[in-house]
Design a protein around this ligand. Structure first.
Ligand SMILES: *Cc1c(COP(=O)(O)O)cnc(C)c1O
Length: 427
């Protein structure tokens, strides 16, 4: 009855050589529900949330789950029940959180390209705050709110110009990024916003990037944010809350991000030292709440040995797991059933999907002992996988299961062909 844990995935382990998520065997789940199959650990998500909650114990803080990381309804419901608010980036995400039972007043709306229709819909729902990302957006939101006889609560997303030292596609707080308002223009932008009758300034926010594994960028960004709060308040505009965004990384491949509670211990030390310890705080974590809670189970279709490369062709593809193709991201790939003898017969493979693109790979140069019909688990697949998945190559979107101890719940059934062509019309 040996139980071997996998690094970074405390609820994914081998039990009698079979990979389990909590008390459920992945082989059994994939026989019931087919492959590719996403399987999530409820305990893993709640543990990740608990680290933030510990970090904020005794503080006036709200955790707004950045739902674009994984927007499946049951997962939103889980976080809503655990007391979270939500960070949304579209009207569709608003509809999803409301369908999952979220309290609109705990919803904050980020994104550089909110349409008038989206603004109106969020105002109607009574969301907690609009995180405004440009000077042009300030004017449009003011107009929309006045047209509805309302005042829109706003925070301005500032770009603290710190380097989060992550992949360029997921770094968002540098001067060259499309996000937020430049540090130097922040004060005048607040003054403009405060003078508009359709807006009510309530906060300030930033989000410097994603998969951040060092604490220095956060500490630097906090200093720069507090400098701004001081200058904005000196100009007579009170800042009710400070929203520090998301971005904390997870262990994909030996990465060692700070623990959420340890990081917040340091950040709160800074806030206290500068006299902001009692201010309302908000954060927008996405990946760090769900990333290591999920795996994707896939079946090996064909082994294709080659002169330069051996390929292991599996039934999951870039439409299910887009991160390798998009960011050259690394996901660990492990067998669902451990081989009896380690390493004998193991070879180096590129694990690839069936999609007609050379970019359709899941892992390069992986040492595996596999044959067709075996099942593999792609780890750390809880964030930015299902929510980024598509029907490319007319492949159905995968099914999703949430595991709670020995129980499993099918939280999304696999797309049917009818799902895929719904809304299409022949000439
Ligand atoms: C994506 C995003 C987040 C969440 O980022 P993670 O790296 O997943 O924690 C938070 N805030 C905003 C504005 C975002 O765009």
């Amino acid at each position: 009855m040996s139980a071997t844990l996998l690094p970074g995935q405390p609820h994914v382990h081998y039990e009698n050589s079979q990979l389990h998520v909590e008390g459920c065997s992945l082989d059994a789940l994939s026989i019931t529900h087919g492959t590719p199959l996403f399987v999530y650990s409820k305990a893993s998500m709640l543990d990740a949330l608990a680290a933030y909650q510990r970090g904020f114990a005794g503080r006036n803080a709200r955790i707004c789950y950045a739902m674009k990381a994984n927007s499946s309804l049951a997962i939103l419901q889980l976080f809503a029940k655990a007391g979270c608010g939500f960070d949304i980036v579209s009207e569709g995400e608003l509809a999803r959180v409301l369908a999952a039972g979220a309290d609109a007043s705990k919803v904050i709306f980020s994104g550089v390209g909110k349409t008038r229709a989206e603004m109106a819909c969020a105002l109607e729902a009574g969301i907690g705050c609009f995180n405004v990302e440009s000077e042009a957006e300030i004017d449009v939101l003011n107009e929309v709110a006045l047209g509805m006889g309302k005042q829109a609560p706003i925070s301005i997303r500032v770009n603290p110009n710190v380097d989060p030292k992550t992949h360029p596609y997921i770094s968002t707080g540098l001067k060259g990024n499309k996000f937020g308002i430049a540090h130097e223009r922040t004060l005048m932008t607040y003054q403009r916003a405060a003078a508009l009758p359709g807006l009510k300034v309530v906060g300030i926010d930033c989000h410097i990037g994603s998969q951040i594994t060092e604490e220095t960028p956060y500490l630097d960004a906090m200093d720069r944010m507090l400098d701004l709060v001081e200058s904005i308040e000196a100009a007579g505009i009170p800042i009710h809350h400070i929203d520090f965004g998301g971005g904390l990384g997870i262990n994909y491949n030996g990465d060692t991000p700070p623990a959420a509670d340890a990081l917040w211990h340091k950040l709160l030390g800074k806030l206290d030292a500068r006299g902001f310890g009692q201010r309302q705080l908000m954060i927008e974590p996405g990946r760090s709440l769900v990333g290591n809670a999920g795996v994707c189970v896939t079946e090996v279709l064909y082994m294709k040995p080659g002169e330069q490369k051996n390929f292991c062709i599996v039934d999951a593809a870039m439409n299910d797991l887009p991160r390798p193709a998009m960011y050259q991201a690394f996901h660990s790939i492990v067998p669902v059933k451990q081989a009896a003898s380690q390493s004998s017969g193991a070879e180096v493979f590129d694990v690839v999907g069936p999609v007609c693109e050379s970019g359709d790979w899941i892992g390069h140069d992986r040492t595996l002992q596999v044959q067709s019909g075996d099942k593999l688990a792609v780890l750390s697949a809880g964030a930015y996988c299902m929510s980024m998945s598509s029907n490319y190559n007319s492949r159905p979107k995968a099914a999703e299961v949430l595991v709670d101890g020995a129980h499993s719940h099918l939280i999304r059934q696999r797309d049917s062909f009818a799902d895929q062509i719904r809304g299409e019309k022949l000439l």
